[in-house]
Design a protein around this ligand. Structure first.
Ligand SMILES: [Zn+2]
Length: 58
């Protein structure tokens, strides 16, 4: 299951891949700004977990 980190403002895909990465590293890599909409990148671990394991609550 690939991991995906997406800008919440514009939907720009900041990272997509099979390797798990820490969102903080990705955000740092972009200088904390979305390259597409220039807004400050925000993310929540909940969203990322959902990407890894889509809504499967027992
Ligand atoms: Zn954006």
């Amino acid at each position: 299951m690939p991991q995906r980190i997406i800008c919440k403002s514009c939907g720009y895909i900041l990272y997509e891949g099979d390797e798990f990465v820490y969102p903080g590293e990705i955000v740092d890599g972009y200088g904390e700004l979305c390259p597409s909409c220039k807004s400050k990148i925000t993310f929540s671990m909940d969203d990322i977990r959902m990407e890894l394991k889509p809504a499967k609550k027992r």
